[in-house]
Design a protein around this ligand. Structure first.
Ligand code: TRP
Length: 355
């Protein structure tokens, strides 16, 4: 039984500044996956413009995300790094998926409801159709695995629904053209053109919260810069932000249980564990019973040790814009060849003249 070749695809939006949450939750995992998988990492500029972006800022952020990928250790020669818009097949397949996905499916997406808020009439059509473009990103390479955080799981399920409906709607044509690949869907053996892509969850990705409010996610859009550690912060700034992080008057508990109802304390322990690549329990084994006045400097040292080299590399790489652009151009060319070979068949399957 032939099957889909394992391939990892993931994307990061070029909006705002990259912060520690993006690094620990996504980019660091992208780096680790290179050892075991063929990977394609994409700076999703077309996703960014589903809400207004200043053009100059979009260009800056696209290059910054690329520099962060490279600084963190993504190998753009072995794998592919590029920006989404230059491979036009993403947008083309997204249109076809606009015609496969149902209004009802997209209406259920919680991210749309959150982002559109009360003023849904005024949200862009792109924001509504966003998950179809995400499905196209993945499926234009027939990628089998996607590392995603919790907030993107629903979108990945939608990509599976789209793949399944496409495979089903066009099953005769796929068989006629011999374009399908055998796969198991539940108990059933089917012949489909698109894989049902799986999420890749290797251990729970740490949920990194705001340093000012432990109940909110660390976010690039938070008005307070003290709420987050940016990937470009220098050692001094990192230490200051951690020193100023909100905590409560108690010391650290010896058991994870003792962090219940103390979101700020929990967040700092989660951060320490994530940076040290260990568990909350082992952090508390070491620091249980101590005060934040002792723990914070230890956390600051660790954060500086782990992040300063990445920030330094980012600055070095960013200074060479021609190099960053050449990485994206080269990645785009290689991605484009793969995407076009998928689209040739998709056009034939759907019945679009022009090959
Ligand atoms: N929607 C993702 C996010 O906001 C970004 C993204 C776009 C993505 N296309 C993707 C992630 C494909 C994984 C696979 O984080």
């Amino acid at each position: 039984m032939s099957s889909f070749k394992p391939l990892v695809f993931s994307g990061v939006q070029p909006t705002g500044n990259l912060h520690l949450g993006n690094y620990l939750g996504a980019i660091r995992r992208f780096v680790q996956l290179q050892d075991s998988h063929d990977c394609i990492y994409c700076v999703v500029d077309l996703h960014a413009i589903t809400v207004w972006q200043d053009p100059a800022e979009l260009l800056r952020a696209t290059r910054e995300v690329t520099a962060a990928f490279l600084a963190a250790g993504i190998d753009a020669r072995k794998n592919i790094v590029f920006n989404q818009s230059r491979v036009v097949q993403h947008a083309e397949l997204a249109w076809i998926f606009n015609c496969v996905a149902r209004m009802g499916w997209l209406s259920r997406m919680t991210q749309f409801k959150e982002k559109a808020g009360k003023d849904r009439e005024n949200a862009s059509v792109g924001l509504f159709a966003y998950p179809n473009l995400m499905a196209a990103d993945i499926l234009v390479y027939r990628a089998t695995h996607v590392p995603v955080g919790d907030d993107q799981k629903q979108h990945l399920e939608l990509a599976r629904d789209i793949a399944q409906k496409f495979n089903n709607d066009y099953s005769e044509r796929i068989a006629e053209l011999g374009a399908g690949v055998e796969m198991m869907v539940g108990e059933e053996r089917v012949n489909g053109f698109f894989p049902l892509t799986e999420p890749l969850i290797e251990g729970p990705a740490p949920r990194v919260m705001s340093l000012r409010d432990g109940s909110k996610k660390m976010s690039k859009s938070d008005a307070s810069d003290l709420s987050r550690i940016n990937l470009t912060d220098d050692a001094e700034t990192i230490s200051r932000k951690i020193r100023k992080a909100k905590t409560d008057p108690e010391g650290l508990p010896s058991e994870a249980e003792g962090l219940k109802g103390r979101p700020e304390a929990e967040n700092l322990v989660v951060l320490y564990a994530a940076l040290a690549e260990t568990s909350k329990e082992s952090v508390l084994d070491e620091f249980g019973g101590r005060q934040f006045s002792e723990f914070k400097p230890a956390l600051a040292d660790l954060a500086v040790e782990k992040l300063a080299p990445v920030a330094g590399e980012m600055r070095r790489i960013s200074a060479d814009q021609a190099y960053v652009d050449s990485v994206l151009r080269d990645g785009g060319e290689r991605a484009g060849v793969r995407a076009e070979s998928t689209m040739k068949v998709v056009r034939e399957i759907v019945g679009l003249l022009g090959g």
